[in-house]
Design a protein around this ligand. Structure first.
Ligand SMILES: Nc1nc2c(ncn2[C@@H]2O[C@H](COP(=O)(O)OP(=O)(O)OP(=O)(O)O)[C@@H](O)[C@H]2O)c(=O)[nH]1
Ligand SMILES: [Mg+2]
Length: 325
């Protein structure tokens, strides 16, 4: 991962536009802060591509595109030719939702990317695009669709792409595929669970039962009608683990002694979510993310914790040094 990050930083330096692929079902959780950091460091503009929008709730996806575009529009001059960007000024960001399996969706990506690099786009100076994102969001699928040939391996397995590869799109544009990048510390526990549910993490990185219970709770809150239709259950009477147990009983997933096979039913729920069998689902909206962040206690930054420890030690030393009354 360290090597992949280093290589990403090197390629970023010779990139004109970053195509950051997000999972449209969880655009906040699938935004890798490390990618934002690398991009901001090099002041590169980006197209945020909400992929797998065929699986996501269209209303939530539209809200996310509006939110990302509004965020990107805060700095109207950043990224424009001839505008020297001051340190800390954010670069221009555009956003759109696509399904990488639908070629008709993809032309707009190239139009947006070209508009973010107006100084490039000739055979001598092609627009150099770098496709980045967390694992399994569809980076390689998108590249194959854009190039209209299978130039890079794609498949439903996180960390399938191991190395960067460069591909010519036409005589004015080229693309680099990159390995999926995760970041070392996931700050919000629900982000980890959403990433696991959506198959951005390898199977050994999480506990199926926990992910299924979380997914159950989220779907009960956001899409009870879809659950009732698929599992003939009564969502109002259930919580996440209760939903998984209800699926087990309904499908006859039972262990010896009549106990429910919680693991098998949990995997069925996760599979139904991933495949779209439940319907079009988004695990978060811009609003729910703001609320989740507001609810999560903030750990003081390391420097502040260090300063407080130093202060406590100084106070203790002072107490010891002070003469007794
Ligand atoms: N439903 C749906 N599936 C998609 C879409 N795009 C990609 N996929 C599927 O998602 C899975 C992962 O696709 P990849 O292109 O290999 O993903 P990646 O981001 O390159 O993954 P890594 O190389 O492992 O980081 C594959 O099974 C694709 O068929 C999409 O728009 N809709
Ligand atoms: Mg790939």
């Amino acid at each position: 991962m360290v090597a992949a990050r280093k290589k990403a930083g090197e390629t970023m330096a010779i990139t004109d536009v970053v195509l950051e692929i997000l999972d449209a079902r969880l655009p906040g959780s699938s935004s890798n802060p490390m990618i934002a950091e690398l991009r901001e460091f090099r002041q590169k503009p980006a197209v945020k591509i909400l992929n797998k929008s065929d699986l996501a709730d269209p209303a939530a996806t539209a809200a996310w595109v509006r939110a990302f575009e509004a965020e990107g529009a805060k700095h109207p001059h950043a990224g424009e030719p001839g505008v020297k960007q001051a340190q800390g000024v954010r670069t221009k960001v555009r956003a759109l939702a696509v399904c990488a399996r639908r070629p008709a969706d993809l032309a707009k990506i190239l139009t947006l990317a070209a508009s973010l690099a107006p100084h490039r786009g000739t055979p001598e100076k092609p627009v150099r695009m770098m496709v980045m994102g967390i694992p399994n969001v569809g980076k390689s699928t998108l590249i194959n669709a854009l190039v209209k040939r299978r130039v890079t391996a794609a498949g439903d397995q996180p960390a399938l792409t191991k190395h960067q590869s460069r591909h010519e799109l036409n005589d004015r544009m080229e693309l680099v595929d990159t390995p999926g990048l995760m970041w070392p510390l996931i700050r919000y526990p629900s982000d980890g669970l959403m990433l696991a549910a959506s198959h951005a993490l390898g199977d050994n990185a999480y506990i199926d039962e926990e992910v299924a219970a979380f997914l159950g709770d989220t779907l009960l809150a956001r899409y009870p009608a879809l659950l009732a239709a698929r599992y003939a259950c009564a969502p109002a009477e259930l919580d996440g683990p209760g939903l998984v147990a209800a699926i087990a009983r309904r499908r006859g997933y039972l262990l010896k002694g009549g106990l429910v096979d919680y693991e098998k039913a949990g995997l069925a729920l996760i599979h139904d979510y991933r495949s779209g069998a439940l319907g079009r689902i988004s695990l978060e909206t811009p609003q729910s993310r703001v609320e989740m962040i507001a609810r999560t206690p903030v750990k003081p930054p390391k420097a502040a914790r260090g300063a407080r420890r130093a202060q406590a030690e100084a106070e203790r030393a002072g107490d010891e040094a002070a003469p007794a009354d």
